[in-house]
Design a protein around this ligand. Structure first.
Ligand code: FE2
Length: 353
């Protein structure tokens, strides 16, 4: 084919494509290779937020804006490649929220589901549909979709937690709803600890059926989860890819504690090195105890990320990685695994074969 014939085709195609645009159509053959790729092509990158540096910024926010003005005084953790998109990974939102002593973050509800993972401070509480739960570092709290919730701090020191929400997923679908409660706080309902008493002992009242798709236990205390990890570590083989990793579950179904977010707590003993692991999950980690390194392959180069207590880091979809712990470490994490599993999209690769 000579060049004048090629030019003729290009001009013909260009004219044709222009005509298609006018009819709100586009030629798939020009985009297919970018749309359907042999492996995931991910914008988000592995990244760490150093809590010792962010903490200063977060505490500074208390002098910049009140919790009342802000409604939620939160520093969003944005993936460096997703700036301005309120995303820590492609599918999840995360932020660090600060409540000063005596402050109240007013009651509202929304369709995105939320989790809280407590980073520091005592005396903070969350009320979910009127049931109050006090929160200690390492506790995991669920605020289900469309559940009324407000937060406060009855203690003497700042309270900080990590928020994790399925906000990008909900936004993508478009099913976004939010209401403000007319009062500052939702009226007191069931007494503190009621849901744990009802559903936390592997028993339930005959005829009692939870009416929502998230676990009726909305507070998972760290003291209990940590004790479980410690006891299991004496009798359970270490998983070469995860150490000892437990998933928070809904005791009424045995499934994930939240309908759209998978949540985990894992133990890596001192000097533990995991084997290379790759997954379609987009995972955000919060270090509760210990320190170590993450070795992750980014475009055929190995990036080493050092993590320590209270740091947050992310491993987005399909980045091969390994963990190395310097000391006994416990790490909380949340991901979109439960959504991917429901959709039949979850994949993992163990080892580097
Ligand atoms: Fe909220």
């Amino acid at each position: 084919m000579n060049s004048s014939t090629q030019n003729q085709i290009s001009e013909e195609r260009a004219e044709y494509y222009g005509k298609l645009r006018g009819h709100s159509c586009a030629p798939l053959w020009e985009h297919l290779a970018q749309l359907v790729t042999p492996e995931p092509v991910i914008t988000a990158i592995p990244h760490l937020w150093d809590y010792s540096k962010i903490r200063e910024d977060l505490l500074h926010s208390a002098s910049v804006i009140t919790a009342e003005e802000a409604e939620r005084r939160v520093l969003m953790l944005e993936n460096p490649t997703l700036e301005g998109k309120a995303r820590i990974t492609e599918s999840m939102y995360a932020g660090l929220q600060l409540i000063m002593p005596g402050e109240i973050a007013r009651a509202h509800r929304h369709s995105p589901g939320a989790l809280r993972f407590i980073v520091e401070g005592s005396g903070g509480y969350t009320s979910v549909n009127g049931e109050k739960t006090y929160m200690e570092p390492g506790d995991f709290i669920i605020t289900p979709s469309m559940a009324w919730h407000d937060h406060g701090n009855d203690g003497d020191n700042p309270v900080v937690w990590m928020d994790g929400l399925d906000l990008p997923l909900v936004n993508h679908i478009g099913a976004m709803f939010m209401d403000h409660y007319p009062e500052e706080q939702f009226p007191d309902g069931q007494p503190h600890g009621d849901s744990y008493i009802r559903y936390g002992s592997n028993m339930r009242q005959v005829g009692a059926t939870p009416d929502r798709s998230d676990s009726p236990i909305f507070s998972y205390p760290y003291a209990k989860s940590r004790e479980t990890l410690e006891k299991l570590s004496k009798t359970t083989d270490w998983d070469p890819y995860h150490g000892l990793k437990l998933e928070y579950i809904d005791p009424t179904t045995g499934g994930a504690a939240m309908s759209t977010i998978s949540t985990f707590l894992q133990l890596l003993p001192k000097d533990f090195k995991t084997e290379e692991y790759q997954t379609t999950e987009n995972t955000t980690y919060s270090v509760v105890e210990g320190d170590g390194r993450l070795s992750v392959k980014v475009k055929n180069e190995t990036k080493v990320i050092k993590w320590k207590k209270n740091d947050v880091f992310v491993i987005p979809c399909w980045y091969p990685h390994k963990f190395i712990s310097n000391s006994d470490s416990t790490i909380f994490s949340f991901s979109d695994k439960v959504v991917q599993t429901k959709l039949g999209l979850f994949r993992e690769r163990r080892g580097n074969n």
